[in-house]
Design a protein around this ligand. Sequence first.
Ligand code: NAI
Length: 296
Amino acid sequence: MRIRFDDQVAIVTGSGGGLGKSYALELARRGARVVVNDLGGAPDGAGRSTRFADQTVKEISDSGGQAVASYDTVATLEGGEAIVKAALDSFGRVDIVINNAGILRDKTFPKLQAEELDAVLDVHLKGAFHVSQPAYRAMKEQGYGRFLFTASAAGLFGNFGQTNYGAAKMGLVGLSNVLAIEGSKHGIASNVIAPIANTRLTETILGGMAARLAPGFVTPLALYLVSRESTVTREIYSAGGGRYARVFIGLTKGWQSPEVPPIEEIAKNIDAIRHEDGYVVPESAVDELKQLGRTL
Ligand code: NAI
């Protein structure tokens, strides 16, 4: 095993089952000391239990690895702080944060209640913020860190009945992009993974493909992205069933008007505006602005 995590400390939220558990087990197998965080509730976030996190910790310990359990919710500021404190108190540092905890409260848009929006934003988007901010401070001190945020095709590409979830997941892309830019001068990288895997969150929707979509297929790319060997940052990847691919946000060549055009000119040029030939992938907002400056 050439890529190892000896002397590194990893926090994996939601690692009592599914994808997070697979990440935690492999990190520990490759030498990391792991904070196994899981609230242990139902797929919709109701309830809590120590059973999930304890099981992952037991499996790591049984195979000679080092891990501690954390049962805090990521959904509060205090929870996030407690999770990072568990890493610092138990192992003295934090090198890796995989923001993976997640719940679902699917509803079509007109039926979505404010509470279902809040619950999903709190766990996915604010949850990642709550854990990442105290971890970032520690990483900045030590001049090294790796973040991985968990998005979803539901946000990147859209999915029926998941406005709350899609919004939260795309919010994470923005969070990661900015963190990557801010962190670059401190040795901190940040990326996003959009997994496709057979877990309790997806067991009713994957149909016949489920058997081919074991969570373990996602783990190698996730762990590469949080390893020292990876210098990749500010990127988004899709992984599932053995297919590993990059997702990116591109800007079409577009159409340039010398003056403020009437709406009719937009209508006339909409195909040119939309056309994908010659697109670019800006490296930052400033990069996009520079490119516009050159066109002007
Ligand atoms: P899962 O339900 O097995 O794992 C999620 C874990 O997060 C659970 O163990 C749960 O107890 C924990 N959790 C929930 N709320 C928490 C909280 N407030 N604090 C701490 N832990 C909490 O499901 P899965 O599929 O492994 O999900 C992992 C991540 O991957 C989620 O963010 C999910 O949205 C995302 N995802 C999964 C896809 C898939 O195909 N399985 C597709 C796209 C995204």
